[in-house]
Design a protein around this ligand. Structure first.
Ligand code: PEP
Ligand code: MN
Length: 340
């Protein structure tokens, strides 16, 4: 439910509404719009609540939210949310490129990758340190050392950083080193982890679970928002289908659908979404043409020797080409590259 405050309400009246909600075991999330202040109410809403709230001074009206996800819904917040990652703004009409290695392998490689990402016009540097691998025998990341290497490479080239966190117990350490916390597809419905990043003051990149419907994905985002962290970026990264020619099926239609249903920014990950380096560039262009607020791309100095996801990682030359072509699509659909 939304509580729309009158234009001339007083701070005391607003506080009385929030207190009333708290008294009923509910939480109120403030949305400060251009015209009005709106409170998003979440929790177990009881039948008399609407009448009780409308009787309070300063309240203009109450409006039900029909979607199961409330805070993530465009019904609550009609305007695009812009999430700041360092100085980079994600959402609101420009294109952001997040790029880097699947995993942080060595310091020299990470620095070389950061240089190319920066020089090609990329905005955010990625590098996995806690790696969720399908096989327990595969390389599982350099953990904290990997985070340090990533942070140094980002700092050397003025790029904010993103890395995955897999365990609620690691949220603090990952948040210490990076600017954006990534929740991977395998943990998209790990609700304790979502609670934990929701308690954190760093923005969150939430991958779509590979078996999640768009509605379930938005409900995952709702967990983070409900804890009071409003800075969620959705990431379409491909879903499981019967197709075997690609690793996953990048659901391009989910990009405009999620943007229609939610005010949160939506980026696409054509690297994991296809699993094949030669499909990454066309699907990155398709994603931007479909309205994505950005793309996430895996690039490596030597994909054949990458410790993870070499088959979908671009060489530097291919990454530079992708950047040119994505930029051209972006301009064609009137989405300028984000500036920093
Ligand atoms: C990743 O980005 O490195 C990753 C493991 O992604 P996903 O969770 O989408 O598989
Ligand atoms: Mn990867």
């Amino acid at each position: 439910m939304m509580v729309v405050m009158k234009k001339d309400h007083s701070p005391q009246e607003l506080q009385a509404v929030l207190d009333h909600l708290e008294g009923g075991g509910l939480s109120g999330h403030m949305i400060i719009g251009v015209e009005r202040k709106v409170i998003g109410v979440v929790g177990q809403i009881y039948p008399e609540l609407s009448d009780e709230l409308r009787a309070l001074p300063g309240v203009d009206e109450t409006v039900p939210i029909s979607r199961p996800y409330k805070l993530a819904s465009r019904e609550l917040r009609p305007h695009d949310t812009i999430v700041k990652v360092g100085d980079v703004e994600v959402g609101g009409g420009s294109t952001v490129v997040i790029a880097g290695q699947c995993s942080v392998d060595t310091p020299d490689q990470m620095l070389a990758t950061a240089k190319v990402v920066k020089e090609s016009g990329g905005h955010i540097l990625r590098g996995g340190a806690f790696k969720p691998r399908s096989s327990p025998h595969a390389f599982r990341g350099l953990v904290e050392e990997g985070l340090r290497i990533l942070a140094e490479a980002g700092a050397a080239y003025g790029l904010p950083t993103v890395s995955e966190v897999m365990d609620p117990r690691d949220v603090e350490v990952v948040a210490e080193h990076v600017d954006l916390l990534q929740i991977g597809t395998r943990n998209a419905q790990n609700y304790f982890l979502l609670d934990e990043v929701g308690n954190c003051n760093k923005p969150v990149l939430l991958k779509r679970g590979m078996a999640c419907s768009v509605e379930e994905w938005l409900l995952c985002a709702e967990y983070v928002l409900a804890r009071g962290n409003p800075n969620v970026i959705l990431c379409e990264r491909g879903i499981r289908t019967f197709e075997t020619g690609t690793r996953f099926t990048l659901d391009v239609a989910a990009i405009p659908l999620a943007k229609r249903l939610s005010h949160l920014p939506v980026v696409a990950d054509p690297s994991h979404g296809t699993g094949r380096w030669y499909l990454v560039e066309p699907m990155a262009m398709a994603s931007v043409a479909a309205g994505a607020d950005g793309v996430m791309i895996e690039v490596h100095p030597n994909p054949d020797k990458a410790l993870s996801d070499g088959a979908q990682s671009l060489t530097f030359a291919n990454f530079r080409r992708l950047m040119e072509r994505v930029r051209a699509v972006s301009e064609t659909v009137q989405r300028p590259f984000a500036c920093v």
